[in-house]
Design a protein around this ligand. Structure first.
Ligand SMILES: Cc1cc2nc3c(=O)[nH]c(=O)nc-3n(C[C@H](O)[C@H](O)[C@H](O)COP(=O)(O)O)c2cc1C
Length: 202
């Protein structure tokens, strides 16, 4: 990425962050992964709570096990009217037996926080956006992964997450798939904004 000097460069950089959903198998170097995590850790938090907890999964067997448990959990669910379309899609694909929620990325960062903390989702959201921007700066691909949040009370997943280091009272509120894009470089074409309205007052 080119150097960011001023506001316009920053805006262009933010606009160039896009989701990656196809990853190369190659691992991500430790120092780059640490930079992404540091960007997440330096996100703001409500009341400076700093209670986010990041679990970095790079073990293929564990990633496969997570994908299996997620697939099985969704396969047991039914699509209902008015359901969030992405969730309905996860259920549909899981019933077909082919669903891999993390796109086989070589790194999956679970963003957990305290279940009883009012800003749990807000704090990890700031962290995830910071991490996605840092990944973009490093030419890495990334994508927000939401399925483990939807299933964050599933007992089999909770059991595995606890084995991985999730603490009592914590739940997963989001995740980040991270890796080298299979296309070689992340997509950087800005996605036009039709929504996200602005109302000016004064
Ligand atoms: C709260 C949230 C949840 C998301 N969940 C998923 C997800 O589970 N899987 C996925 O592939 N993308 C997910 N995304 C990525 C969005 O689909 C993506 O940001 C959106 O389509 C715009 O595309 P862009 O990121 O390339 O600009 C999520 C994004 C956000 C902010």
């Amino acid at each position: 990425m080119k150097e960011i000097k001023g506001g316009q460069d920053m805006l262009e950089f933010i606009r160039s962050r896009r989701s990656t959903r196809a990853f190369a198998e190659s691992p991500v170097d430790q120092d780059l992964t640490e930079m992404v995590l540091e960007a997440g850790r330096y996100a703001p938090s409500g009341g400076n709570s700093q209670t986010s907890h990041f679990l970095v999964i790079r073990d293929r067997q564990i990633l496969d096990k997570l994908a299996l448990l997620v697939r099985e959990a969704f396969a047991d669910m039914e699509i209902t009217e008015g359901m969030y379309p992405s969730m309905a899609n996860s259920i549909r694909l899981s019933k077909g037996g082919k669903y891999v929620f993390h796109y086989n990325a070589p790194v999956l960062i679970l963003a957990a926080n305290r279940k009883d903390y009012v800003n749990n989702l807000a704090d990890i959201s700031c962290a995830l956006e910071n991490m996605m921007l840092m990944a973009n700066a490093l030419d890495l691909g990334s994508c927000w992964i939401n399925q483990l949040k939807w299933l964050n009370e599933d007992q089999r997943l909770l059991c595995l997450e606890r084995e991985l280091g999730l603490r009592d009272g914590e739940r997963v509120y989001g995740a980040l798939a991270l890796g080298w894009p299979s296309s070689g470089a992340p997509l950087r074409e800005p996605l036009p904004r039709k929504g996200n309205e602005v109302t000016w007052i004064g």
